[in-house]
Design a protein around this ligand. Structure first.
Ligand code: ADP
Ligand code: MG
Length: 238
């Protein structure tokens, strides 16, 4: 796994500046949650780390190497979206192995990697099913499985639980936390949900209107919010 360094990163869409000089160091094996209201720039920042969005200013480094101009495929990061991003015509096993097959892996190796990920995610009995025949939680596990098989340098999550119902969301939160403890994977997790941030994060980054308001452990933010915004946002019920 890997460290991710964000140095004075800015983003503009035409005349609209949506990120204003973001500085953040994510250390190896850390679980960092970016939290803030809708439109504050969380997804944009995550997509810039992933290479899916051009960086307007500043630098992104992985393990000390500047990767601004490295293509998404070569960054060796895995993005986990909401579960509806599965390929509907592919089985669970095919969904999980697809990116490996694209990168030229041979069938036995794909089977091995998919088998190992399925074991971690409790999906062994579902490998031949189509996504439509899975529960919401199982689908979300497949979405995570697709990321795990690639053994990436880091996991990037963008609101992966937002279209699950409340009960399942709580359950999947615990699973993601457990997964992190199993894999010790550097993770950057975007959510607008304060509870999700508080339960998952080693460190929380509170964002507001394209800026970082405060970075700290869940307890630090809760006990000593440094701005009114942080106090209101972290303290507010969802
Ligand atoms: P969040 O994920 O925190 O909800 P986003 O990163 O998606 O926020 O968006 C941040 C801001 O950038 C918003 O004001 C949004 O409208 C704007 N934005 C995002 N993508 C684009 C785009 N492709 N073109 C123009 N504006 C965009
Ligand atoms: Mg978003």
């Amino acid at each position: 796994m890997s460290s991710i360094e964000i140095r004075n990163v800015t983003k503009s869409y035409g005349a609209l500046q949506v990120l204003h000089g973001i500085d953040l160091n994510i250390v190896d094996e850390e679980f960092v949650v970016l939290v803030g209201p809708s439109g504050c720039g969380k997804s944009t920042l995550l997509r810039m780390i992933a290479g899916l969005e051009e960086i307007s200013g500043g630098d992104v480094l992985i393990d000390g190497d500047r990767i601004n101009d490295v293509s998404p495929q070569k960054r060796d990061l895995a993005m986990v979206f909401q579960s509806y991003a599965l390929y509907p015509h592919m089985t669970v096993a095919e969904n999980m192995g697809f990116s490996l097959s694209l990168s030229g892996a041979k069938k036995p190796q794909i089977q091995k990697e998919v088998g190992e990920a399925a074991k971690i995610l409790h999906l062994e009995d579902y490998l031949e099913r189509l996504p439509k025949n899975l529960s919401g939680g199982q689908r979300q596990r497949v979405a995570m499985g697709r990321a795990i098989v690639r053994d990436p340098k880091a996991f990037l999550f963008d609101e992966p639980l937002s279209n699950l119902d409340a009960k399942l969301r709580t359950h999947m939160r615990a699973e993601i936390r457990q997964l992190h403890q199993t894999l010790n994977a550097t993770s950057v997790y975007v959510t607008h949900d304060q509870i999700e941030a508080m339960t998952l994060a080693d460190r929380i980054v509170v964002m507001n209107a394209g800026r970082i308001e405060q970075v700290g452990s869940p307890i630090e933010l809760f006990d000593t919010p440094m701005t009114k915004f942080v106090a209101g946002f972290i303290g507010a019920p969802t």
